[in-house]
Design a protein around this ligand. Structure first.
Ligand code: AMP
Ligand code: ZN
Length: 465
């Protein structure tokens, strides 16, 4: 049975047929780097990473691209508030994004393209659209001509007439049609700008994603993903700008993640009901948070509660308990059919990446396996090894929720976390020129037999031999 999942484009669960045998090319909209990302963003990033890893689990070779939007109004506004160049803001929060996603156990994408490093391709794409009559320049701005693209509205199922009525009030009079949208914004004083044939300025957000995805995945690729809020206008516009130039289908499958709410309200900064990923990681281990997210289907909304996380902690201990027990158990004779459980797990996950159903199967397996392990007969070695391998492939490699340490060698993961924290504090101290503090951290660790090494990609640590 092949993998099937919900395609927003067709509004149905479709069998997945990749463009290239056993390969998946996937793009997910990444962060706009003007602040630390929050636990709602983290949910989308985790679920996207899990879908990528599930394809790998099922034997596909995956090329996974996630952009970093490092030029945008929000970044420029934040930079102006603080009186620093916008590249400082973008750099700071790009670094924070890469570090916090790592702490969350989210694997880096194969490529994290940045808009500012894709400028040549963005300008060429816009130029191509102008030449084809699908875009027009006015006073240094460039707009996409929605009437030039027949398929406009096919993803969000909106029709142009309704959109025209809705957008007439605040429409820019320079637009031919109120639904036309900006591909390029002319330079304003004090803003970063790039030279282009129609005048210097910077790209709009939508065109950045069209170009960054196609640059690394080709003009047509398998999957494009992002949060539910991006269906319109972001993804609708991405399709229009891309297909109007290439005449080829852009992404063939569209995946959208449900929102994370707090107290059944959309989490947002203005409401103050807001946690950053780094705040939450100080309270709970990443493994528990990941498991918490995974217990809800990726398309459903998730109402964030501390009680829900506590429950996830207890559930996860059961799975970890079996993983520890199966590796520590002595030889026995009892049979255990791991393949049958794996089949049930795959059947659940193949159906629209149904993680709650997948865990349903895993937890039934936990009950059965514990019964065999605790019986007088115990579990035969071959079955034990297969069970441990299955738990490693699912719990460790696919979901990133189990750890390898058993009670005897516990501490390794915690130490790693403590060291990362100390390295961060030292880096911040050095930035603030608090050299006495940064030296105290380095020298104190030296006394404990741990050396810090500063390299181009940051600081690492090792035991002094
Ligand atoms: P942004 O940095 O705002 O462009 O968002 C990055 C990603 O997080 C996008 O895919 C958004 O759709 C997604 N996202 C934003 N808020 C939430 C939320 N509350 N729950 C789930 N995903 C979200
Ligand atoms: Zn995007």
């Amino acid at each position: 049975m092949p993998i099937a999942f919900y395609n927003t484009l067709s509004r149905t669960v479709e069998e997945f047929i990749p463009m290239h045998e056993a390969e998946v090319r996937m793009y997910t909209c990444g962060p706009t780097v003007y602040d630390y990302f929050h636990i709602g963003n983290a949910r989308s990033f985790v679920m996207s990473d899990i879908i990528r890893r599930y394809f790998e689990y099922r034997g596909y070779k995956v090329t996974y691209v996630m952009n970093i939007t490092d030029i945008d109004d929000k970044i420029i506004n934040r930079a102006n508030e603080q009186g620093v160049p916008s590249s400082d803001i973008a750099e700071k929060y790009t670094e924070a994004f890469l570090r916090d996603t790592a702490l969350f156990g989210i694997r880096p994408a194969d490529v994290h393209p940045r808009a500012t490093e894709t400028m040549e391709e963005i300008i060429a794409h816009i130029q191509g659209l102008i030449e084809r009559g699908a875009a027009y320049a006015v006073d240094g701005d460039v707009f996409f001509r929605v009437s030039a693209f027949d398929g406009y509205g096919k993803l969000s199922r909106k029709n142009i007439e309704d959109l025209v009525v809705g957008s007439r009030v605040e429409a820019d009079p320079r637009k031919e049609n109120p639904v036309d949208f900006a591909l390029w914004k002319s330079a304003k004083p004090g803003e970063p700008a790039w030279d282009a044939p129609w005048g210097s300025g910077r790209p709009g957000w939508h065109i950045e994603c069209s170009v960054m995805s196609q640059k690394f995945l080709g003009k047509s690729f398998d999957i494009h993903a992002g949060g539910n809020d991006l269906i319109f206008p972001h993804h609708e516009n991405e399709i229009a700008q891309s297909e109007a130039l290439t005449d080829a289908p852009f992404a063939r499958y569209w995946i959208h993640f449900g929102f994370l709410n707090i107290d059944n309200e959309k989490m947002s900064k203005s409401l103050g009901n807001f946690f950053t990923a780094r705040e939450i990681l100080e309270k709970y281990p990443a493994t528990v948070l990941r498991f918490y997210y995974l217990q809800t289907h990726y398309r459903s909304p998730l109402n964030f509660t501390p009680e829900g996380i506590e429950a996830a902690k207890t559930g996860l201990q059961k799975l970890q308990g079996l993983y520890d027990a199966v590796r520590a158990a002595v030889s026995g004779d009892g049979a255990f059919d791991v393949e049958a459980w794996e089949q049930r797990f795959i059947t659940a996950m193949d159906d629209d990446f149904n993680t709650p159903a997948g865990f349903g199967a895993l937890f039934e397996m936990v009950r059965d396996a514990n019964a065999v392990l605790r019986s007088d007969e115990g579990m035969a070695d071959a079955a034990r090894e297969k069970l441990a391998a299955f738990l490693r492939r699912t719990g460790v490699e696919l979901f990133g929720i189990l750890h390898e340490e058993t009670e005897e060698n516990a501490g390794g993961e915690a130490l790693d976390g403590v060291m990362r924290l100390l390295i961060d504090i030292r880096a911040e101290a050095r930035k603030d020129k608090q050299f006495a503090l940064s030296d105290r951290i380095r020298d104190g660790l030296k006394g404990l037999g741990i050396a810090l090494e500063d390299g181009r990609d940051g600081t690492t640590w090792k035991y002094n031999s």
